[in-house]
Design a binder for this molecule. Structure first.
Ligand code: MF3
Ligand code: CO
Length: 250
């Protein structure tokens, strides 16, 4: 069942989203060679605690940290670690913020120092794919229109779309209906209605879309060891079009 949110509930999610966006802006300022993702994770814990918010990922299905920190060939759900980031790495920081009982979810990929041309292309295309998906998130369209816009663009740029992890409805729970794949045919799936709140979170790979999970049970990597990137927003379907609740430049 898809839980439709009221205007007031969407406003509450937007407050969580604004806090999450501010957190990402602060992380952007911390990213440089030598910093560890443990330091970033601890910053997020402190930042949210000071504002009366909660890192929802911590303890979710036993996940041990406030953030997911996914470096280079890690697709998602990487553990923060004491290994310093190095020049040329890319890292995705993903987090879910709970504020006054309502959630927002956003992941962002960052370049560490100077990165290769192909890594920069991966970041640029993945971010653009997210926004092309968001453009399709209008009343009357279907989930498949979002999925197809992302897949079509990604593949036209010679990148592959991860199948094993997808977007989702969100509200008081992190994962609600509907499911939001980032691949598939247009004009199919759930029709979008006012008051739905979903995430769109494409993970694109330089190589093939296959995944494998580390012995820790969480860390998802590309099967061929090539780079992966991800950008994720939480957004509401409104009469005025998609309202991005986790936008960073507002
Ligand atoms: N933020 C992730 C998502 O988009 C959730 C990560 S799983 C967790 O669904 F266990 F780390 F929370
Ligand atoms: Co998500």
């Amino acid at each position: 069942m898809i839980i439709i949110k009221t205007k007031e509930q969407i406003d509450a999610m937007n407050e969580a989203g604004k806090l999450l966006a501010e957190c990402h802006r602060r992380i952007a300022g911390m990213i440089k060679p030598g910093v560890t993702t443990t330091e970033i994770d601890q910053f997020v814990e402190k930042f949210l605690a000071e504002r009366g918010a909660h890192p929802e990922q911590k303890g979710y299905n036993g996940y041990p940290y406030a953030t997911c920190a996914s470096v280079n060939d890690v697709i998602c759900h990487g553990f923060p670690s004491d290994v310093p980031l190095k020049d040329g790495d890319i890292v995705t920081i993903d987090m879910v913020v709970k504020l006054n009982g309502w959630l927002a979810d956003s992941a962002w990929s960052y370049a560490v120092g100077n990165i290769s041309e192909e890594a920069q292309h991966l970041l640029d295309v993945t971010k653009k794919a997210l926004y092309l998906g968001i453009e399709q998130a209008v009343i009357g369209n279907r989930i498949g229109d979002i999925s197809n816009a992302i897949q079509t663009f990604a593949e036209s740029e010679n990148l592959s779309v991860v199948r094993d992890f997808i977007g989702h409805g969100i509200g008081e729970d992190m994962h609600e209906e509907p499911q939001v794949p980032h691949y598939g045919p247009p004009h199919r799936g759930t029709r979008l209605k006012e008051g739905m709140v979903i995430t769109i979170e494409p993970m694109l790979n330089l190589g093939s879309y296959g995944t494998k999970i580390d012995a820790d049970g969480w860390t998802a990597r590309t099967i061929d060891g090539k780079l992966s990137a991800q950008y994720e927003h939480t957004l509401a379907i409104t009469k005025d079009g998609p309202l991005v609740l986790t936008e960073q430049n507002v």
